[in-house]
Design a protein around this ligand. Sequence first.
Ligand code: THU
Length: 132
Amino acid sequence: MDCEELIKMALSAREKAYVPYSKFKVGAAILTGNDKLYTGCNIENASYGATNCAERTAIFKAVSEGETKIKAIAVVGSPDDLTAPCGICRQVISEFATEDTKIIIGKNENEYVVKTLEEILPAAFTKKDLQK
Ligand code: THU
C-alpha cells in the first residue's frame, strides 16, 4: 500500500461526505497495524458541534473493529489546497500512532506531503502522561 493508493481511497471516501452546512468535503483512509484498510468522510450535524471529521470517522471505524494501530493515514479536503487535520483529529491520531506513522496530506494522488505525528503535534499529551 503506497501513499498514492491510500489517497485514492480517501478521495473516494470524500465523495460520501455529508456536508449540508459547510459544503466542505473531506475524506480519509487508514492502513492499520494488521494491514486492514478503513475509510471515512466528514459527517456534519444541524448542531454544528456534533460534526465528526473524516479522520475520526475512519479511525473510529478501525478501532471499533479491533484495529488500534495506525501505520498510515491519508487526508484529502480541498483539491486546491492541502487540508491539514484539525487539532482534535491530531489528538485522536496520536492515541493510535507511533513515531513511524505516516500522515499523508494530499490534494490528489500526485500532490501530497508526508508528515510524522511529532511534526504536526509536538509535545503531545498521550497515555504515557497518565502514568506519571
Ligand atoms: N474537517 C474534517 O473532516 N477534517 C479536518 O481535519 C478538518 C475539518 C471537516 C469538518 C467540517 O465538516 C468541515 O471540514 C469544515 O470544517
